[in-house]
Write a protein that binds this ligand. Sequence first.
Ligand SMILES: Cc1ncc(COP(=O)(O)O)c(C=O)c1O
Length: 485
Amino acid sequence: MHIKMILEKLQFENKNKIPMHMPGHKRNLSLSGEATYLSKLAADCDITEIDGFDDLHDADGILKDSMKRASYLWSCEETHYLVNGSTVGILSGIYGATKPGDTILVARNCHKSVYHAIEVFGLNPIYFLPEIDELTGSCAEVSYETVEKLLFRYPEIKLVLITSPTYEGIVTDIEKIVSVAHQKNIPVMIDEAHGSHLGFGYQFPNNAIQMGADIVVHSLHKTLPSLTQTAAIHRNSNRISKERLQNAISIFETSSPSYLLLASIDGCVELMIREKEKLFLNWRNRLNSFKKRIEKMQNLVLLENEIKKNRQVLYDDSKIVISCKNTNLTGIELMELLRKKYHIELEMASIDYVVAMTGMGDTDVSMEKFAEALLEIDESCEKRNFEQKSFAQFTIPRKFMNIRDIALCNSGFVTLEKLCSENVSAEYIWAYPPGIPLIVPGEHFDDVLISNMIHYQKSGISLKSSTGRFPNEICVVELLKNDRI
Ligand SMILES: Cc1ncc(COP(=O)(O)O)c(C=O)c1O
């Protein structure tokens, strides 16, 4: 029997596929025509901190210089390179900005790493829902009024944490949020994992650093030309202690950072400094031509225009969100059709829409093939005019106990069919992507949430759970008879 090796699978199966997903380099080794750092990153550069090279945890040489250049590029106090993704940036940022037991204000559409930070550091979260985008059913921007009201109601809040842009490209205008938080000297942290390309013009919105956030996390690999796992955390004010942040990073980040990944970040930063005008202009022109090409679609809908028609919002149009709500296709079916017939791989499918990610690594040819495929599918699919595919409703489940107290409880398993509103979850359940938990340990299931999970499951959206037993079994707290429900 021939055992397929991972490298073989990577080299052959990916060869003729068009990547409309992260990472932003799109496996394009030349980007602007010439071979870049991306073509040189191989085992002959694979070291960690040996003599003569700098120590990421105590940078004083080539890494310090490179991170300084990055802080100029993003115009912030300081930038730290990360080789464990935004995940480690989020853990470090929250740890660096809080003390155990602190209360933090958290938009509920946060990535699971935020909940892990809350769990591990014993924080007291006050969750709130951002605005809900009616077209996708997903969480959208955070309203300033919501934050202002909650900061007034809970004066003990020590940190405000918001995700922007969302997976669907909606950007929160945080300027007023920052100003109301700063009046109380409360720092604002933005998970801008999907927005490291923002703030450089070319019709992309400003980034969170420009809008005054105190701490910002970027997954460079998602939207810029840098290898997977590369990220950065930017400290943008003295409301966050330099020393506490440095200490936090050294706790959570590997002690053997890969120089392949560091060279990739360095190369990406240099490319941005030297060639960003040309690269952004090419990206913008490709995006505009693509959008013009698909204007003819009759059944599939580019959601950007609809979202902007609905209300005033900042939008990152590097994300191409296509709704198939008025057709006989579900999001999963559309994604599969693009994969199987057109060899185009998307970033994500939801119940009635799909998300494609563009980047500097796209080419005119790949964008044209994507447009052609959408036009062909648009012509061949059937128009339907009913609402049955509508999305699941977002709710914040009722809290029964703190996430970290779950470790002190007995737990058992129930099936999805037997799950009821008396059950308290002992695990996280989330859809990946985007990795936003539907429920976190210590929260009650409720009827809306249970029917949402069944709806997702039936629609082919795969839900995952911490124990890995979903959908067969769900880990719940074993409550004693006199426990409060
Ligand atoms: C909003 C958001 N934040 C953080 C992360 C984690 O980023 P990384 O994969 O770089 O660790 C993700 C990953 O998908 C994300 O979508």
